[in-house]
Design a protein around this ligand. Sequence first.
Ligand code: PAF
Length: 325
Amino acid sequence: MSIFRTLATAGAFATLAMPAIAQTEIKLGYALAPDSHYGVAANKFEEVVLAETGDDFTFRHFPSSGLGGEREVIEGLQIGTIEATIVSSGTLANFVPDTGVFDIPFLFRDLGHARRTLDGPIGQDILAKFDAVGLKALAWGEQGFRHITNNRNQIEGPEDVQGLKLRTMENPVHLSAFNAMGAAPTPMAWPEVISSLQQGVIDGQENPLSVIVSVKLDEVQEYLTLSGHVYSPAMLLVSKPFWDGLSDDQKAAMEKAASEAVTAMRGFVDDVETSGVETLKERGMKVGELSAEQKAEFQAAIQSAYEGYYETYDKALIDAIVATE
Ligand code: PAF
């Protein structure tokens, strides 16, 4: 064998012996802009995963519903075509019905009560249920308390929502509450909402300040009523087929990253809960706030919906949530 051939063969073996760098791309989809609470959480998740795992992964973000509505994205995770997402609780009850218990109006007293419940055994038990439906739920995040915006009138009591064409998430718990109030709720995937408001197909919608500010809903909505009628949890999920292919170290990195991501998300929500109303007033929205008595009127108006919630969800679970310190 000539010296050249020997060297060439040795070179080929050296190339073959080099460890393969197999980087896995994580497609991360979410409904809001990169500078929203979801964007902040997505960036933190990427930052910590990369810091913990070196070259194992690359990230590709799909903000502003770039991969479709939240339900479609979650289905993509189940079949393994999308690796990760941050979503609201909007459609989660369609995958794990127990999740809907957190969507019951006027259930949580404040953000602290909600966070302690979700981070405690009640919330963690529900996260574990996602394993059975092709999803790995890594952590609860949040959006804040939801408020009503609309173009018809300011809302001071249940009489002001009669017949109001209000977009709700595709969430049966929210839907029954607005039906009981006498509104005309329309469940709709988020990507259709802005154009439906612009075209007058719906009069209003409801979302937390984090969303109202980030999406600039003031450009298509005149009235904001600080109703705080329901807490809006979020969740950081990864695909179970993707998760099952990870090493233990990679799984630990994802868990650490998810925990830091939701802490960043909650920090962002705290800020916008403080500054959001002023921002929206400056942008020209007419802002009203329900008093404790007015909120009690809404609670009374949805009594029939509560009866349904007690049939769907274990009363002991609801009582345990309310009793969480
Ligand atoms: O209203 C919704 O559907 C959600 O709150 C949103 C805006 C998609 C964020 O998850």
